[in-house]
Ligand binder design. Structure first.
Ligand SMILES: NC(=O)c1ccc[n+]([C@@H]2O[C@H](COP(=O)([O-])OP(=O)(O)OC[C@H]3O[C@@H](n4cnc5c(N)ncnc54)[C@H](O)[C@@H]3O)[C@@H](O)[C@H]2O)c1
Length: 348
């Protein structure tokens, strides 16, 4: 078996074609070095310009390769900076950094392009060029196509560790008994994906307490974030989320009579793709835990929550009417997100 193999690329974005080549190559050498070459200015101009996708930082790509190879200890991942000066890639310059990163003789260079043979013969004269799946039979896709057409259209060939980065998040907010949890579950089932329940409710059910104390609210906000991360891993393009840190802030005010700066700090880290604000114009349902059933109080609370969102410069879509009308309004907005019309592809 050959000793040292190299498999290089920009991996903008990593797709299953790259993963299958990496796995095949990893069975053919004693150690495989994945080289991620990067020049973010060049990539912005020549790879992302004119696409709906935002540039992907190289440390994010490196992290994906780390996750994808975590059970393959003989596969090493390196990032190699390659400052480009013109439109065309300088192979010679690139090879200097690659050889330095690997630090030993390279026996095999893997790619899926016969066309790279001439470069590799010149730059790595003692190495063999092994071309894997040149016809791209396993995954007939290119990263260029994904950048141009968007990740949503090619979801099935986006590796599972990469998918959460592209998941579109839809958060549903509102005061008590505005229909949040029903809408969130309906939307998740309708779009065949995962959702995050309001954690505050579970928190109080779990401890069996009715009295709220100050420290409950940061705990609720933190735990809610954990569930968002976990459910994003299971999401099919979309993740529906019931409440977030501003609603927790509102509940702190409603139950304790004051807000907590830590909840604003959590809220400042949030970056949802779509905010649906449910107006309190459906019947108030007393589920045994709710306190604010009188309509004037519901409206006062509603104004307070909106003021919190305005203060945070959040653009939300107001959803009102009966349950059918609410669902249809939500679907229309979610479809725009899926079609990447509303905000385009936005990432962290
Ligand atoms: N200078 C060097 O010596 C050297 C050597 C190797 C790689 N590189 C870097 O890699 C780049 C060349 O690779 P690229 O631009 O094609 O990178 P890329 O990130 O688009 O692709 C990386 C590799 O995956 C293969 N691939 C793409 N789609 C595939 C699919 N559907 N199925 C199977 N395999 C697939 C590509 O052919 C390539 O071999 C260079 O621009 C450079 O950044 C440099």
């Amino acid at each position: 078996m050959a000793k040292v193999g190299m498999y290089g690329g920009k991996f903008l974005i990593i797709h299953q074609g790259h993963v299958s080549t990496m796995i095949r190559a990893s069975t053919m050498v004693e150690e495989l070095h994945i080289i991620l070459t990067h020049d973010e200015d060049y990539e912005r101009e020549f790879y992302f310009n004119g696409t709906t996708m935002k540039p992907i930082p190289y440390h994010q790509r490196l992290r994906w390769w780390n996750e994808l190879t975590k059970d393959l200890p003989h596969v090493k991942v390196h990032a190699v900076a390659e400052k480009q000066t013109g439109e065309f890639y300088d192979w010679e310059k690139g090879a200097v950094g690659i050889k330095a990163a690997i630090g030993k003789e390279i026996d095999v260079v893997f790619s899926s392009e016969h066309a790279y043979g001439d470069h590799f013969e010149k730059l790595y004269p003692s190495a063999k060029h092994v071309v894997l799946d040149a016809e791209r039979r396993t995954y007939p896709i290119s990263a260029t196509q994904i950048r141009e057409e968007g990740a949503m259209k090619h979801w099935a060939i986006i590796p599972h560790v990469v998918q959460p980065y592209f998941v579109r998040t839809v958060v549903v907010v509102g005061t008590e008994s505005a229909g949040k949890s029903t809408l969130v579950k309906n939307l998740a089932n309708l779009y065949n994906t995962s959702y995050v329940e309001e954690y505050g409710r579970k928190f109080y059910d779990h401890i069996g307490a009715e009295i709220a104390i100050e420290s409950d609210f940061p705990k609720i906000a933190f735990e809610h974030k954990y569930h968002e991360t976990e459910q994003a891993k299971r999401a099919n393009k979309l993740l529906f989320i019931d409440t977030e840190a501003n609603v927790t802030q509102y509940f702190s005010w409603a139950y304790l009579g004051y807000e907590q700066p830590v909840l604003d700090q959590v809220a400042a880290l949030q970056n949802y793709d779509l905010w649906l604000f449910l107006e309190p114009d459906v019947k108030w349902v007393d589920d045994g835990t709710r306190l604010f059933g009188e309509q004037t109080i519901r409206e006062r609370n509603n104004d307070y929550l909106k003021a919190i969102l305005d203060r945070q410069n959040i653009t939300y879509h107001s959803i009102s009417g009966n349950y059918h009308e609410r669902l249809e309004q939500a679907i229309e907005l979610v479809d725009e997100i899926l079609e990447e019309k509303l905000y385009g592809e936005t990432n962290e």
